[in-house]
Design a protein around this ligand. Structure first.
Ligand code: 4AD
Ligand code: MG
Length: 462
């Protein structure tokens, strides 16, 4: 067995000295031909390895370069250096993999995020991305904890689908038909009956519709998977492939839905504050330094951890769409609403039906032409929309009327309408954009920096 090592995080959390350990990792720096800062990704903190002068061959020492991988056997000793309690006095140094110092793209200095985006395969080895992706992992893990603890069932909704859940037509087509000379039908259109699935198919934009089918049996379900949008938005908030968490709950109304979403977001933040405080502290400092470069009026005021604590400890603001418009129309930009006016997440309800998806429940008693739906979006400071959700239209006739008005083919959605035909119940759900949540928790301004390998218009590396 080769892998009998102690992880650096565990090593640094102990104070026992005099014991022999094996550590493995990648060299961050090598100073004075004596001190190796070794990192294995378990924490941003490096273990200092001391290669005492005269004890190792020059041939070995020359190969200890930034990026090289090492196996160290040594003794844990008390550290005299600042910021660490223990270090390892090496008795054996084995080079597992060399790293040509001339060619290795990551120098022991600060690189720009733009530069690192081009080197996404190596950026995991930096402190910033180490912290971001350990936090991303923790968030993903505790998503399942949150729902499992509440008796939700994790439903794996399909990635390839024949329906457009959002009705927005922003889908990536899935086909095995040839691009040239695709078979045509009598009407001269592409004949998808000859395609792999015998019909036109796409990558899913949302697992919601299938989620609703599950909720009509299990009561409480959630999905957590990749979703795809072929929208040509080159912004710091949009990806073509992103992950979404979508709970769907039978017997929940809009208020239950808002409460669930607020509890969920608070749980995610509280979990990271408890379990990833080192990484949060690193990102907090990083953000504070970055903000120093900004003009005073553009600074966020609160530090990252302060902001997260504030969100966990205070209720989200809840306002209607009409109220939101009034505040914004006093001359301010939409971001003003959350960032300056309320300074905390805001849940906006009661959107005009005209700008929302077909499945949202029509509010009763609206003036003709001024219909609103039981939608709720959550807007977060610095992020904008982080959650989109609604109570669903459970009344068959109203749903059919809405779908007809929006030219959604009832025939193809017959399976969905069955939920309203056979034991329909009030129900509600929402989608939390996972990367936007990771952005909020880590303070990263560009969404490309919180997903390992970003897919955006004109960019699909790796
Ligand atoms: O508001 P959206 O489009 O809602 C739905 O898809 C519903 N079916 C959800 C539901 O009710 N079950 O998307 C939900 C969230 C947004 O609030 C946003 O956080 C995120 O998904 N999102 C994106 N994140 C990154 N890149 C994109 N292109 C995104 N589009 C939406
Ligand atoms: Mg939305």
């Amino acid at each position: 067995m080769f892998n009998q090592r102690i992880k650096i995080k565990q090593l640094l959390s102990g104070t026992a000295t005099g014991i022999e350990v094996v550590v493995m990792g990648w060299v961050r720096t090598f100073r004075n031909n004596q001190f190796i800062a070794l990192n294995d990704g378990s924490t941003n903190a490096n273990i200092q390895i001391v290669a005492s002068l005269g004890e190792f061959d020059d041939a070995i020492l020359k190969r200890i370069t930034t990026g090289a991988s090492l196996k160290i056997i040594g003794t844990v000793v008390e550290s005299l250096g600042k910021g660490q309690t223990v270090e390892v006095k090496a008795t054996s140094i084995e080079i597992l993999g060399d790293s040509d110092a001339e060619k290795y793209p990551l120098q022991p200095k600060k690189h720009s995020l733009e530069f690192l985006r081009e080197k996404a395969h190596l950026r995991f080895r930096t402190n910033t991305f180490g912290s971001v992706f350990r936090i991303r992992h923790s968030l993903a893990f505790t998503v399942h904890q949150f729902f499992n603890d509440r008796g939700f069932l994790y439903l794996h909704t399909p990635i390839i689908t024949s329906s457009d859940a959002e009705g927005a037509g922003e889908m990536f087509r899935v086909t095995t038909l040839p691009l040239e000379g695709a078979p045509k039908n009598d009407a001269g259109e592409i004949d998808f009956t000859q395609d792999f699935f015998g019909k036109s198919t796409n990558l899913t934009v949302s697992g919601q519709l299938e989620g609703e089918l599950g909720a009509m049996a299990f009561s409480d379900i959630y999905t957590f998977g990749p979703t795809f949008r072929a929208e040509n938005s080159n912004t710091t908030r949009h990806l073509a492939e992103f992950w979404m968490i979508e709970p769907e709950v039978a017997f929940n109304d809009l208020e239950d839905n808002m409460n669930l979403a607020e509890d969920f977001i608070k749980h995610l933040i509280a979990y990271v504050m408890k379990n990833n405080i080192d990484d949060l502290q690193f990102l907090d400092t990083r953000l504070a330094e970055e903000e120093k470069q900004l003009p005073t009026e553009k600074r966020s005021g609160l530090g990252l951890i302060e902001k997260l604590k504030f969100v966990v400890e205070n209720g989200f603001e809840r306002i209607t769409y009409t109220e939101a418009i009034e505040i914004i129309s006093s001359g301010e930009h939409e971001r003003y609403l959350v960032e300056q006016h309320f300074k905390k997440p805001v849940i906006v309800t009661g959107y005009p039906a005209a700008i929302k998806a077909f499945y949202m429940r029509m509010n009763d008693g609206c003036e003709p032409g001024k219909e609103t739906v039981a939608a709720m979006d959550i807007l977060a400071p610095g992020i904008g929309e982080i959650v989109g959700g609604s109570q669903r239209e459970e009344r068959l006739e109203k749903l059919e009327a809405r779908m007809n008005a929006m030219h959604i083919p009832l025939q193809e959605m017959s399976y969905y309408l069955d939920t309203r035909r056979f034991g329909s119940v009030p129900h509600a759900g929402f989608g939390l954009g996972f990367e936007r949540m990771v952005q909020f928790v880590t303070g990263m301004t560009n969404i490309r920096d919180v997903i390992p390998f970003a897919r955006t218009p004109k960019n699909c590396e790796y």
